[in-house]
Design a protein around this ligand. Sequence first.
Ligand code: 4AD
Ligand code: MG
Length: 457
Amino acid sequence: RRIVELLRTAKPEAGVTVRGWIRTVRRGKEVSFLAVNDGSCFASLQVVADSAGPLAGVLEKLSTGACIVASGDLVESPASGQAVELKAETIDLLGEAGPDYPLQKKRHSFEFLRSIAHLRPRTNSFGAVFRVRSRLAFAVHRFFQERGFLYVQTPIITASDCEGAGELFRVTTLDADNPPRERGRVDFRRDFFGQRTGLTVSGQLEAELFATAFTDVYTFGPTFRAENSNTSRHAAEFWMIEPEMAFCDLAADCDLAEAFLRYLVKSVLEECADDLDFFDQRIERGLIDRLQALADARFERMSYTRAIELLQKSGQSFEFPVEWGCDLQSEHERWLTEQLVGGPVFVTDYPKEIKAFYMRQNDDGRTVAAMDLLVPRVGEIIGGSQREERLERLDARMAELGMDAAPLWWYRDIRRWGSCPHAGFGLGFERLLMYVTGMENIRDVIPFPRTPGHAEF
Ligand code: 4AD
Ligand code: MG
């Protein structure tokens, strides 16, 4: 039986079996107490056994980290803090954990826990993080499925660099028969069966193709960026959710992003109350209030041009000076969301020079119909845009950027046949998790972080 079920029902019951890992052992002269956790909920189940009875032998061998199966009656607990406990009649020790088990009962730094990513799911913090992650992933699908969106699985191996930022990881085969690389000449025969490919940086371009057939679609999958940015908000492998909607403009795109984020926050508040209580107490005081406020608020919207004006008038001395045309740095994002607005803010209509080729050009000739959603603590959580659906404009922009249009023939095709206004966005799943848990490092919200120096398992 899963512990979550026993604690939720909290009724005495005869003949119950639980399986799990020991968090703590307290051996008294007469009775011994074990805290057993099976990951199904934040709380551990207290298992009680007579120290001197027939279980004395096995009790000797139990320690933090060991895996056991315990059977007995679930009874009302005389102790405060729990309604029921298990009076063990039998305990089987499935797997011992000696005194060198790294997760002894004490507080460990997140940095240390990152070095034992294979064991950290057994801690309170990471148990809570990964339960919330699982719930949220399901809520993502629920949100879109309830609204009739089609879930499309876009490819991971691809030849197109969607964002055009040159952050593709190359995909190669380890083919010993291929001749070695000649000096000064890259031999792409070692690549994807003769084609030059990489790991996708975004499923957007393919999602756009599907949106011109199914109207409303979304992707949800792993994404890779070869940016060696050693920050707490960037990972080389992260998960992204990318809806793409036909017959949609930038304002409607923002509306959907807003409804989506609010829905996800409400879902965690409702479904992960115990885990959020923990984050509120131990990670970020006031987290639950912050999330509750978001669930009702209307998000602020302002143009990039206005944001620049406000930043310039702020009287702050930023490390990176602010001028029209610059990319917003995290210090600027923080000021806008934390100081100025005190909540989420959409910044729209960025200069075309700092955005990707596919964004729809505005009539002013210098901005594009882009939007970024900035939130306190995390900064950019969503990036999106209305797409350039006019073939001549798209071609002109690609030419301006010196891009070769030929490899994107399929992308151009949908502008030739049945083109329509469309828009979409990408939500970084890990950034979302940082936002709802208060965790401050992206490495601590993904099961096995892929950042420089972390790729072992
Ligand atoms: O702003 P980005 O680069 O936008 C795109 O990829 C578009 N193709 C999305 C679209 O319109 N369909 O990335 C979108 C989001 C960012 O706002 C951020 O939350 C997250 O993806 N993100 C990262 N998360 C973790 N590590 C990284 N290296 C990230 N890069 C982007
Ligand atoms: Mg972005």
